[in-house]
Design a binder for this molecule. Structure first.
Ligand SMILES: O=C(O)CCC(=O)C(=O)O
Ligand SMILES: [Fe+2]
Length: 219
């Protein structure tokens, strides 16, 4: 938004947890938004994930490569329409490697081979509670890309979902990578700021977040 007035700075929130504001240029953001629109249509449509406690997430999600549900990844979306999820594209893996290089230094991303992406769409008062990303067998870093409305991203510690944590604003184009000792840190999105999306990002409303992960699963 006001990047000319207040340049936002790169920040390390903990060992292995790096925030890089404005990493994605506007053209790249628009390409990603276009790709997400396509993935949201199918073969498995974007939907609110059901939780084991009977609740439903406020965020809408579509997955690539592997389909995520709490506690597991499968190739088909048994909780949606039974279809096999769209493949994880090679170009998205390249982007993931570039992101890890950016966060940790040139060459750090060489062996990074994400095989799943969770595409989350936040609109209205959608949010995400504090959780760990721990359904992956691999402990390779999670690469997070944000487009559209800004949000508060709460990045905590590996022991408890409560304090200590740090709140950072994730805006359109921001990269956040968490790996190493921070890989299992609790994190969440307590608030999205509606109407803050720059239309040049390709998002008219709402917030898009894409996380790339290695499942560590074969087959
Ligand atoms: O939307 C975000 O920034 C975080 C998403 C997230 O934590 C997840 O999908 O597991
Ligand atoms: Fe997460």
């Amino acid at each position: 938004m006001s990047d000319a007035l207040f340049p936002r700075e790169r920040a390390v929130l903990g060992e292995g947890a790096v925030h890089v504001p404005g990493w994605l240029g506007r053209a790249r953001q628009r390409e990603l938004v276009e790709a997400c629109r396509e993935w949201a249509r199918g073969p498995v449509p974007m939907r609110r994930t059901s939780l084991p406690n009977g609740g439903v997430m406020s965020v809408r999600t579509v997955c690539l490569g592997w389909h995520w549900q709490p506690y597991r990844y499968t190739r088909t979306a048994g909780d949606v329409n039974g279809a096999r999820v769209a493949p994880f594209p090679e170009w998205l893996g390249e982007l993931g490697r570039a992101a890890v290089d950016e966060a940790y230094g040139a060459g750090a991303g060489d062996g990074y081979a994400p095989d799943t992406a969770l595409v989350n769409f936040y609109e209205g008062d959608a949010r995400m509670g504090m959780h760990q990303d721990k359904d992956e067998k691999s402990r390779a870093p999670v690469v997070s890309l944000s487009i559209g409305d800004s949000c508060v991203f709460r990045f905590g510690n590996t022991r408890t979902r409560t304090r200590p944590y740090t709140d950072v604003e994730l805006a359109s184009g921001d990269l956040f990578v968490f790996g190493g000792p921070s890989r299992l840190a609790f994190h969440g999105v307590p608030k999205v700021f509606p109407g803050t999306a720059d239309p040049a990002s390709g998002m008219r409303a709402g917030r898009l977040n894409i996380t790339l992960r290695e499942t560590g699963l074969g087959g």
